[in-house]
Write a protein that binds this ligand. Structure first.
Ligand SMILES: [Fe+2]
Length: 365
């Protein structure tokens, strides 16, 4: 008989959450339990949160074994999906990892950009506790939440979500925050059916390596970008929330971040601008800055050799590093439903260490 789920230590819930009577049962997808409770899913009931302030952060990957041996030696197989980015681990359950293995995982994610696991038993409570190991969990400023688990951001599209676009814009999650997420995890539990055999198809996600993309730029451009900061903005998201009668939980913010940042675990430089949230390069004439940003956004979108495309299966988990990757979901499954749950621990405030190097210069590839 399988062991019953154990009680978990979850982060302290903020005050004033909506629907205090609602409780997500252990082992059940909130997609089912929230609807069964007669509530809107995802839930957009407004509640107010204090604005985020800078907090100390130490990356768990700094405690890892440089060879990640405690994690990798326990796996049945370790499959590097492309030379640049993406590794699949076979034969491990995330719920059974020791803290040492979790630290090794943080380093592997930092190096490979995104790491995948299939057939994970982890329920949403375990996912929250797992994410909280790596840092304080981000609560989205306006996206729908699970009423009693506000750190969980449902990735959800149904027939009401058609927006005329066949894809999302390449991005790094909520980069407008002072401390944007680092290691971020998504577990997909409902996938669009397709095809005569009923096999799963559609709704893939693509990630791209910020390390590789940065190295692909000319040395002259790289040197110039290292002198610059860019403005990342949450205002458009906030305006959308207001326009669509959604909720806005914090004052929307804009933050200046270096265009090239250093990853604290690998020490490698990575490109840190994204088409969703980066609005302007500080100190340049607007049309000059826009031209550079447009070039960088196209480089991300068209750099196929720096990408990995992941085909989801039920209960697959992706863990990626928002500091060193970009991603986009492929919306090719209308009118079918795709549903997953994202948990995003916040990391350090982005910085550029002038002594840091590219991945290749450091011998990392
Ligand atoms: Fe995203």
């Amino acid at each position: 008989m399988p062991a019953l789920p154990q009680p978990l230590r979850l982060p302290e819930r903020p005050q004033g959450l909506p629907h205090p009577e609602y409780v997500t049962p252990r082992g059940v997808s909130p997609l089912v339990s929230v609807r069964d409770a007669g509530l809107q899913y995802p839930n957009y009931t407004p509640f107010k949160l204090p604005n985020l302030e800078e907090r100390p952060f130490v990356d768990r990957g700094l405690s890892a074994d440089p060879n990640k041996s405690r994690l990798l030696n326990a796996a049945q197989a370790v499959i590097h999906l492309t030379p640049e980015i993406g590794t699949e681990i076979v034969g491990l359950q995330l719920t059974e990892l020791t803290d040492e293995q979790k630290d090794d995982l943080a380093r592997l994610v930092a190096e490979r950009g995104v790491v995948f696991f299939r057939d994970q038993t982890m329920d949403v409570h375990e996912q929250v506790a797992f994410g909280a190991y790596y840092g304080p969990l981000h609560i989205h400023q306006m996206a729908g939440i699970i009423p009693d688990l506000p750190w969980v951001h449902p990735i959800y599209k149904d027939e009401t979500a058609v927006n005329g676009r066949s894809h999302q814009i390449w991005h790094s999650d909520v980069s407008y925050e002072i401390q944007p997420p680092g290691l971020t995890m998504l577990k997909m539990d409902t996938l669009p059916p397709a095809g005569p055999g009923g096999s799963v198809a559609g709704g893939d996600t693509i990630w791209a390596s910020g390390y590789g993309l940065y190295e692909s730029l000319s040395p002259t451009l790289r040197s110039f970008l290292e002198t610059l900061e860019a403005r990342h903005s949450g205002l458009e998201q906030a305006e959308k929330a207001i326009r669509t009668n959604g909720c806005l939980r914090r004052d929307p913010i804009e933050t200046l971040h270096p265009m090239v940042r250093t990853h604290p675990v690998t020490g490698w430089k990575t490109l840190y601008v994204n088409e969703n949230f980066t609005k302007e390069i500080v100190g340049l004439e607007k049309r000059v800055g826009d031209g550079i940003l447009d070039h960088l956004f196209r480089t991300v979108a068209e750099g196929y050799e720096f990408q990995v495309r992941w085909k989801w299966s039920p209960n697959a988990v992706a863990i990626w590093d928002n500091r060193a990757t970009f991603h986009t979901g492929i919306f090719d499954y209308f009118p079918h439903l795709r549903h997953g749950l994202r948990v995003a621990p916040q990391a350090e405030r982005p910085y550029l260490d002038p002594q840091s190097t590219t991945r290749r210069e450091a011998g990392g590839k």
